[in-house]
Design a protein around this ligand. Sequence first.
Ligand SMILES: CC(C)(COP(=O)(O)OP(=O)(O)OC[C@H]1O[C@@H](n2cnc3c(N)ncnc32)[C@H](O)[C@@H]1OP(=O)(O)O)[C@@H](O)C(=O)NCCC(=O)NCCS
Length: 159
Amino acid sequence: MQLSIQPINRSFAIEICNWRYEPPYDIYNWGSPPDEETLRSILDPAFAFHAIVNAEGELAGFCSFGIDGQVPGGDYGADALDIGMGVRPDLTGRGLGTTFATSVVDFASRQYAPQQLRVTIATFNKRAQRVWEKLEFKKISEFHSEKSNVPFVILVRIL
Ligand SMILES: CC(C)(COP(=O)(O)OP(=O)(O)OC[C@H]1O[C@@H](n2cnc3c(N)ncnc32)[C@H](O)[C@@H]1OP(=O)(O)O)[C@@H](O)C(=O)NCCC(=O)NCCS
């Protein structure tokens, strides 16, 4: 699957909000239809949301770089670029996770030249952890979210 990464736009942001993941991944569902505040935050350059598109220009996933990928309660003292990522629901569970993540890692390395990449993942989400571990991300800490008390893990990859 040929993927490219480009800055998000409003119509892609609306599509993402309308995606629906099945349980237990429905915690990643956005509000549908999205309100203006949600769209504003997805389009806010501070969160660096990007669209992941296929060869036909269709939205296949999204990623974010920086603070959006952090969960309150985690230790983010080290200098690292945080990555958030979501694959379009109908494309999940088909063994494409590392293809998406590789595109995102390559893009992040070119665009931001960070020393380290970091992802924060809900502990229950073994599927997501497996994807990043296959790309040589290593678990460095575990914590409970300040807001929800949900357990999370932090993984990093030194570049
Ligand atoms: C997380 C996500 C990127 C993973 O991509 P994916 O294409 O669905 O994942 P894959 O189908 O490639 O599966 C990845 C691995 O997890 C394994 N896996 C699948 N379900 C699993 C489960 N319940 N427990 C453990 N491993 C599981 C697969 O077997 C595969 O491992 P393998 O390559 O060694 O066989 C994607 O599912 C997604 O965007 N999900 C919704 C949002 C989300 O979870 N976000 C988390 C933040 S990254």
